[in-house]
Design a protein around this ligand. Structure first.
Ligand code: HEC
Length: 160
């Protein structure tokens, strides 16, 4: 009888243990979900960061009044190539619509849309951005772009 009594006295305690165990599992799940949400939102922030870091760098290099409007104007401006006499602009390959697929003027190869809203890979890799600024500015303008010009291009592309 004493044993049985002991057992029945233990049972509620056991239940309490398993209940609190269940609670711990549940709160662990909630923690995982919260962390997952946090990382997802951090991921979104991380995408904007490379372009922001480049903007900071361009400002340190002396870029003054960078803005999307100046970037847009420069994006469509035509520059005459002194050798061939042909007119070149960023739009020659990327088109006027940054949401559209471009076409390489020389190779005819398609170029994925430039707008980050249409192509999430855009403006995520500073080295890639710098490499193509350098190539494309030399081909289009016949010289490297200034930090100010690059900053305005970035803001314009970001705004699309
Ligand atoms: C002769 C064709 C051509 C012209 C003209 C051109 N681009 Fe590009 N651009 C490319 C190609 C090719 C790539 C790399 C392929 C890709 O990213 O889809 C590229 C990539 C870029 C990228 C990389 C973006 C990223 O994060 O993925 C930037 C920035 C860029 N171009 C800016 C410009 C600017 C600014 C101009 C005008 C000064 C310009 N381009 C003119 C062909 C061109």
């Amino acid at each position: 009888m004493r044993r049985a009594g002991n057992l029945s006295r233990h049972r509620p305690q056991d239940n309490r243990f398993s209940d609190s165990g269940g609670f711990q599992v549940r709160s662990a799940k909630v923690t995982v979900i919260i962390l997952a949400l946090l990382f997802t939102s951090l991921g979104g922030m991380a995408q904007a960061k490379p372009a922001d870091d480049l903007l900071t760098k361009y400002r340190e290099q002396g870029a003054g009044n960078v803005n999307a409007k100046a970037g847009e104007t420069l994006w469509g401006r035509r520059f005459k190539d002194p050798e061939t006499g042909e007119e070149r602009a960023c739009t020659t390959c990327h088109t006027n619509d940054l949401h559209a697929t471009g076409r390489h003027a020389k190779t005819g190869k398609p170029i994925a849309p430039m707008a980050a809203s249409a192509n999430p890979k855009r403006l995520t890799d500073p080295k890639f951005i710098e490499k193509w600024f350098s190539r494309n500015c030399r081909w289009t303008l016949g010289r490297e772009c200034t930090p100010g010009e690059k900053g305005s291009f970035l803001l314009f592309i970001q705004s699309q």
